[in-house]
Design a binder for this molecule. Structure first.
Ligand SMILES: C[S@@+](CC[C@H](N)C(=O)[O-])C[C@H]1O[C@@H](n2cnc3c(N)ncnc32)[C@H](O)[C@@H]1O
Length: 384
């Protein structure tokens, strides 16, 4: 071993570096491995959703053994048991021991169930707190790790379609539950005069519409209005059109803005953007396009991630900051850098002050933060 190797191993001889404190080392290692535990458990949550195990637990009228859970889901018991042990050890599901029915004992006698909160988050797509969307697309999101080293070298990221069709479904399942519950009854009424105009018959553009959940919900509520969804993801647009046909919605059209851009003649009464401006390679250009589309008395509902002005504030005030910076690398910032010269705002890249400055640069003169309670998003009313 060379002298150099020895000094690195002992942590000595390197300016500012001291040997690790044994207790702090254990704690630090534990902290690092809790992240791996989270990642692996997240993968197991994905399987619980995909294989219907959460749904089966939610539908059961009493806690289930893994034998019962396996038979209700048509899965192999040994795999179900190991999965359930992970989920219960991580306190995602509940385990019940000591109430063995008599004919089974040991691990086979342990029963599993969901708390009411777990039923909402894991097994109730109609509940606003349903959270399986991000887990739905976990394999696609994590697969991008294979492409990331190249992106770190070239600076170029990947758009949403790099996550494949299931990526679009995951996004749909992430945003739809809250928007189904609150967009029409809570958010639209918070905008001055917008509901009256929608009832009378207005033109609406939802830019970055994804799989069209928001636009279809609004179209159902306001049949006298005409709705246009714009997205550059062919998977999202395909899914949106499929849902439009299923809903029989004749007042909705979906467009790829690269072939069919927003109108530039100030004819749109309401523009909505939900969680997408920070994903765009040219958010400032998009704001100019929205300004060109919007009527002189029109409204832009800008919904984007509730970010703070600095990294330090994000870390201090957002308990999910590390998750968000990570998702940004894997998804949002990657999308925002998917073309040369992309702005690369990323998940936490559009705090209110920046959004207002960019809207002003695009020619908007009024910017108001709406008082809407959301764990992740901020809501702004922007007017010419
Ligand atoms: C996080 S998703 C949000 C989707 C949708 N608004 C929702 O709430 O479900 C962001 C979307 O922005 C789309 N997007 C990115 N750049 C775009 C652009 N320049 N024009 C239109 N859509 C874009 C992506 O394809 C993706 O579907």
């Amino acid at each position: 071993m060379t002298e150099h190797d020895t000094s690195i191993r002992a942590g000595a001889g390197v300016p500012g570096r001291t040997d690790p404190d044994p207790d702090a080392l254990k704690m630090y290692s534990f902290q690092v491995f809790t992240k791996l535990e989270g990642a692996v458990t997240a993968g197991m949550i994905h399987l619980g959703d995909k294989l219907g195990m959460f749904r089966a637990l939610a539908e059961a009228d009493q806690p289930l053994t893994t034998d019962e859970l396996a038979s209700r889901t048509g899965l192999a018991e040994r795999w179900v048991r190991e999965w359930a042990h992970n989920q219960a050890a991580a306190r995602i599901i509940r385990s019940h021991t000591g109430d063995a029915s008599g004919d089974v004992s040991g691990d086979a006698a342990v029963r599993f169930s969901l708390s009411p909160e777990a039923v909402a988050v894991l097994a109730s797509p109609e509940h606003p707190a349903f959270g399986m969307g991000m887990f739905h697309r976990l394999p696609q999101t994590m697969r991008t790790l294979e492409e990331m080293p190249e992106s770190f070298v070239t600076g170029l990221g990947h758009d949403y379609d790099s996550h494949g069709p299931e990526g679009a479904v995951g996004i749909e399942r992430s945003f739809e539950p809250w928007s189904n519950a609150f967009l029409v009854p809570t958010v639209l009424p918070a905008l001055d005069g917008v509901v009256d105009r929608l009832q009378a018959g207005a033109v609406v553009a939802d830019v970055g519409c994804g799989a069209g959940s928001a636009v279809l919900k609004m179209a159902e509520a306001f049949p006298a209005s005409r709705f246009h969804g714009y997205d550059i993801s062919r998977y999202a647009l395909g899914r949106a059109e499929q849902k439009r046909v299923e809903a029989g919605a004749t007042n909705v059209h979906f467009h790829d803005p690269r072939q069919d851009p927003l109108p530039s003649n100030h004819t749109v009464d309401l523009v909505t953007t939900f969680d997408c401006i920070h994903d765009m390679t040219d958010p400032q250009g998009m704001m100019h396009a929205i300004r060109g589309a919007i009527a002189p008395d029109g409204v832009w509902l800008l919904v984007d991630i509730k970010a703070r002005d600095t990294f330090a504030e994000n870390v201090e005030k957002n308990p999910m900051a590390s998750l968000m910076y990570g998702i940004s690398v894997l998804s949002c910032m990657s999308s925002a850098l998917s073309e040369p010269g992309g702005a690369g705002l990323g998940t936490l890249g559009l705090p209110a002050a920046k959004a207002e400055a960019m809207a002003s640069e695009a020619g908007f003169t009024r910017f108001r933060t709406l008082d809407i309670d959301h764990s992740v998003n901020a809501f702004y009313e922007v007017r010419p």
